[in-house]
Design a protein around this ligand. Structure first.
Ligand code: ADP
Ligand code: MG
Length: 363
C-alpha cells in the first residue's frame, strides 16, 4: 500500500471561496483517515483533489512516491492514472445498468479482456457480499446493498487508495451502524489506505485510525480519535466532535494555587492545565456531559472528582441505559449524562472529573 500526502494544498474557487487553505495532511500507508468538518468546509474538494478530479491552486499531492499534482511544477496526473478508487456521496450508480455492469465499468474503460472482467467483478462482489445481486438493477437493491455496489466499483480496479465521500449519509440510522462496521472490516482486511470524509462525528470516532478536523478549509487538528475527543485543540474541535459544556471565566491566583473563576462556578486547577493557554483573562472551560457526576448525597471524592457546587435538576430524560440530565447552578446550565435518574427539582451536588477538564482561550 501507499501513503497519501497533501503538502500545503490550497484550492481557491473564487476570491471569496477558499475551499482548502494550506492543508497539510499525511495519510500513512494502510491507514484509515477520517476527515471531518461541517458542510461546505472543503471535504469533498479535498477528495476530488486527491482523486485528480480537481487541480490544486497551490501545493503538492503525493500518492506513494509519485508526485501526482503540483501547481508550481506544472504536474498533473489525470484520475485514471492515479490508482485511486472513489465512492461518491450519492453513490452515482448508473440506473440503467445492472449491478454487474456498474461494477465492471471501470475495467471496461481500461479495455480489460472480458473473462478477466468477469473474474474480478465476481471476486469483489463476493468480498462485499453482493454476489447474488449482480443480475439486478440498482433500484431493486436496498440502500445498504447499493452502497456496497458503489464500494465494489471503487475497489474492482484494486486501487492503492480508497476515497469515500460521506458514504453513510444516504442510509438510515439502523443500517448505518452495520454499514460502518462493514466498511471498517473491509478496510482492515484489504489494508487499503483510505480517506473518508464526513460531517458525522460518530463516523469519525468509530472508523478512524486518525481524524483530521477541517474548518473553512483549514486543518484544525489531526490525531487519534481519543486525542481529538479528550484533548481538542480549540473550542471548534471540542464542540464538533461531541457534546460539551462551555463555561466562560478567567484564571485567578488562589494562594499558592490557581482557580478558574466562572462566576457561579469556581474550580481549583493544577498549573499544568494552564500550559495550553495564551492568556488567563478570557478563558473557556469545557467539560463533556459524561465527565460530570451528580449526587443527592455528598460523595467521597477521589478519582479526580471535585465538587463544584450545588444545582437543581431541570430535566431528566431516559435515553436508553442512561439519562440525559440538565442541571442549573445559579446562572449556568449544565448537560450531564448520568447512569442514574433524578427527579425534576432535585437538589444535587455537582462534581467535575478534573482529568477531563479542557481549557481554551476564547477565540
Ligand atoms: P464539503 O464537502 O465540506 O461540504 P466542498 O468541498 O464541497 O465542502 O465545498 C467547499 C467550498 O467550496 C464551498 O464553499 C463550496 O461552495 C465551494 N465549491 C466547491 N466546489 C466548487 C466549484 N466547482 N466551484 C465553485 N465553488 C465550489
Ligand atoms: Mg461534500
Amino acid at each position: 500500500m501507499v501513503r497519501v500526502y497533501l503538502h500545503d494544498v490550497t484550492k481557491v474557487f473564487s476570491k471569496s471561496v477558499i475551499a482548502l487553505d494550506h492543508v497539510e495532511l499525511e495519510v500513512k500507508s494502510g491507514e484509515f483517515m477520517v476527515v471531518m468538518g461541517p458542510s461546505g468546509h472543503g471535504k469533498t474538494t479535498l477528495l476530488r483533489i486527491t482523486a485528480g478530479l480537481e487541480e490544486p491552486t497551490d501545493g503538492d499531492v503525493w500518492i506513494g512516491d509519485k508526485l501526482v499534482a503540483s501547481a508550481r511544477k506544472g504536474v498533473f496526473i489525470p484520475p485514471k492514472d492515479r490508482n485511486v478508487g472513489m465512492v461518491f456521496q450519492n453513490w452515482a450508480l448508473y440506473p440503467h445498468m445492472k449491478v454487474f455492469d456498474n461494477i465492471a465499468f471501470p475495467l471496461r474503460i481500461k479495455n480489460m479482456p472480458r473473462q478477466e472482467i468477469e473474474k474480478k467483478v465476481k471476486e469483489v462482489a463476493e468480498v462485499l457480499g453482493i454476489a447474488e445481486t449482480l443480475d439486478r438493477y440498482p433500484r431493486q437493491l436496498s440502500g445498504g446493498q447499493q452502497q456496497r455496489v458503489a464500494i465494489a466499483r471503487a475497489l474492482v480496479k484494486e486501487p492503492q487508495v480508497l476515497l469515500m465521500d460521506e458514504p453513510f449519509s444516504n442510509l438510515d440510522a439502523r443500517v448505518r451502524v452495520m454499514a460502518r462496521a462493514f466498511v471498517k472490516d473491509i478496510q482492515r482486511r484489504l489494508g487499503i489506505t483510505t480517506i473518508l470524509v464526513t460531517h458525522d462525528p460518530a463516523d469519525a470516532l468509530t472508523l478512524a485510525d486518525r481524524i483530521a478536523v477541517l474548518r473553512r478549509g483549514v486543518v484544525q487538528q489531526i490525531g487519534l480519535p481519543s486525542e481529538v475527543y479528550d484533548k481538542p485543540f480549540n473550542i471548534f474541535v471540542a464542540n464538533f466532535i461531541g457534546d460539551i459544556n462551555l463555561i466562560e471565566g478567567f484564571i485567578e491566583s488562589n494562594g499558592p494555587g490557581v482557580l478558574f473563576n466562572g462566576g457561579d462556578v469556581k474550580i481549583p486547577l493544577s498549573e499544568k492545565l494552564l500550559e495550553a493557554l495564551d492568556e488567563r483573562s478570557s478563558v473557556v472551560l469545557g467539560i463533556r456531559p459524561e465527565d460530570i457526576v451528580l449526587s443527592r448525597e455528598e460523595l467521597q471524592v477521589g478519582d479526580g472528582l471535585v465538587n463544584v457546587g450545588r444545582g437543581v435538576v431541570e430535566i431528566s430524560e431516559f435515553a436508553g441505559g442512561k439519562f440525559n440530565v440538565m442541571v442549573r447552578m445559579s446562572g449556568i446550565e449544565l448537560k450531564v449524562v448520568s447512569s442514574s435518574s433524578f427527579g425534576i427539582g432535585d437538589q444535587v451536588n455537582v462534581y467535575f472529573n478534573m482529568n477531563k477538564i479542557k481549557l481554551f482561550n476564547k477565540s
